[in-house]
Design a protein around this ligand. Structure first.
Ligand code: DNO
Length: 360
């Protein structure tokens, strides 16, 4: 595996490339052109400039998170082909710049969903949290306003104010779309983009739905083992792969995370590793990466990734806000750096243990 950190670009991120470069073992960033609206073509010069900036800081671009998929594609609207053509052009431009990993999601309307961005934990850190009761008490159009006061002046990924202004129209677009239609729309999209992925050796890595169930009655399909295996088999091309995200699949305690990883051998192109603490089955908060701070066994997660021979980029995922840092919720420097160091430590112990076991 290669340890990376997510970076939103110098215009949007409070964390600098220089800081990222100084986290032991971090060699690359997962980045994006954050100001591109879903459906727009990314031009090659802009990608090239981003790449140069990252390389001048002594790092490399390990992948893009995300090239967002336009809602017309997800909803199967009559104009979807136009947006798929644009997506194909973006993929070709990324390939020409030697970028070979793209993370995306297929969640209707909302990307990840949280009901609090700064819940205070017993140690005084603040974290992102979710309670189903809070979602049930909200109207979708007020969801964004309910959290917008806690974003520390940053634009949260997937919660762009311009898109959120059109929530009602977006809901109308999905009126006829159930889980089966969403699967069919995903298949249509994947079949159309696989040729360009083959030409430029681009691994597509779908991010799971977070939380791993329907919110506001919208369809959601990338939620469990059965569905993700169906997704990889319905377009059976190694470039049609997965972002394994422990914090998203792990929102449903029925998902056995190490087993899920093992069942996806060869198709995990990217990993997000973080821990959650459940207060009740429908009320969870994000924890430090350390196993003992949450409900997941992080050793078993890293061991499963090691056992399947995972070689792709991995990143510590959302961090807590600690040491008075003011940053995009989930994406500060300090706790993610601690997360990277911890995951690197687990990996070193697992790999040395495995090598020694071979010598006995
Ligand atoms: C949240 C992220 C997601 C993820 C997208 C991928 O912090 O994990 O926003 O980047 O779902 O498209």
């Amino acid at each position: 595996m290669q340890m990376t950190l997510r970076w939103y670009g110098s215009e949007f991120d409070t964390v600098t490339l220089k800081q990222i470069r100084q986290i032991p073992g971090v060699t690359g960033v997962i980045t994006t052109l954050y100001d591109m609206a879903p459906g727009e073509v990314w031009n090659q010069e802009k990608i090239h400039a981003l790449k140069e900036e990252v390389e001048q800081a002594g790092l490399h671009i390990a992948g893009i998170e995300s090239v967002n998929v336009h809602d017309a594609i997800k909803a199967g609207a009559p104009d979807r082909d136009r947006y798929i053509d644009n997506y194909i052009e973006t993929l070709a431009n990324l390939g020409r710049e030697d970028i070979h990993l793209v993370c995306y999601n297929f969640m209707p309307v909302f990307d990840w969903t949280r009901t609090e961005l700064a819940r205070i934990r017993p140690d005084g850190s603040t974290v992102l949290a979710y309670t189903q009761e809070a979602v049930d008490a909200l109207k979708p159009e007020t969801m964004f306003d309910s959290i917008s006061g806690d974003t520390n002046g940053t634009v949260m990924p997937g919660w762009e104010p311009d898109r959120m202004e059109h929530i009602k129209e977006l809901f109308t677009l999905y009126r006829q779309v159930d889980n089966e239609k969403l699967f069919a729309n995903l298949q249509y999209f994947l079949e159309r983009i696989m040729p360009v992925c083959d030409d430029y050796d681009i691994d597509m890595a779908i991010h799971p739905d977070d939380p791993a169930w329907s919110v506001f009655g919208l369809p959601r399909i990338i939620t469990n083992k059965e569905n993700i295996l169906r997704m990889t088999k319905m377009v059976d091309n190694p470039h049609n792969g997965v972002t394994f995200c422990s914090g998203s699949y792990g929102t449903n305690p029925e998902n056995d995370l190490p087993d899920l990883i093992r069942s996806l051998k060869g198709r995990i192109h990217f990993a997000h590793v973080r821990n959650l603490k459940f207060i009740t089955p429908t009320n969870f908060e994000e924890a430090a990466h350390l196993s003992s701070d949450g409900n997941f066994d992080m050793y078993e997660i890293m061991k499963a990734l090691y056992d399947i021979g995972f070689v792709g980029p991995i990143r510590p995922d959302h961090g807590r806000m600690i040491w008075d840092e003011v940053a995009m919720p989930g994406y500060g420097l300090y706790d993610r750096a601690l997360g990277a160091a911890y995951l690197n430590g687990l990996w070193e112990a697992i790999s040395k243990g495995a090598q020694r076991a071979k010598c006995i």
